[in-house]
Design a protein. Structure first.
Length: 154
């Protein structure tokens, strides 16, 4: 699956890489911060608040505090792992528009990937950073989390 995603998004990601930087993994992700479920009313609002608990840990200025939240705009968010860094790239639905690098951190600052209990349709995981901060993300497949853990550490 990883190879398929790398091939699918290579053209969108490659122009954003530094010279000589090697693409290792790509995952479609949804940051838990700002994510919302389907539905209206008080039940949905409560569910959304509960799901966001622990979305970002770490104070202002931490690595996780700069991680982009979901904003409701229809795009694909990719967690990109290279031999040098982890990054978030936004790929517009209209593929003729350029992708944007919205966050990145050197690989050595990403300490591990922690798989979290699946409470909803999507698999949930956390990226832990060297400064003690962390950010929660969701993806459609558990195997995606395992592939990221293989690249970034468990």
């Amino acid at each position: 699956m990883t190879e398929n995603l790398i091939n699918q998004y290579r053209q969108a990601v490659q122009p954003l890489l530094e010279q000589g930087e090697r693409l290792l993994d790509v995952a479609t992700v949804t940051p838990v911060a700002g994510a919302s479920g389907v539905g209206d009313g008080a039940g949905a609002a409560i569910g959304n608040k509960l799901a966001r608990i622990g979305a970002v840990s770490g104070g202002h200025g931490s690595i996780a505090s700069g991680f982009p939240a979901s904003d409701g705009v229809p795009t694909r968010r990719l967690l990109v792992v290279t031999d040098r860094r982890a990054a978030v790239v936004i790929v517009p639905i209209d593929i003729r528009k350029p992708s944007r690098l919205v966050w990145h951190a050197p690989r050595h600052l990403v300490q591990r990937v922690e798989r979290r209990p699946r409470l909803q349709l999507m698999a949930r995981f956390r990226l832990h950073f060297a400064d003690g901060s962390a950010v929660a993300l969701m993806t459609m497949r558990r195997r995606t989390v395992e592939a990221l853990a293989d690249q970034l550490g468990r």
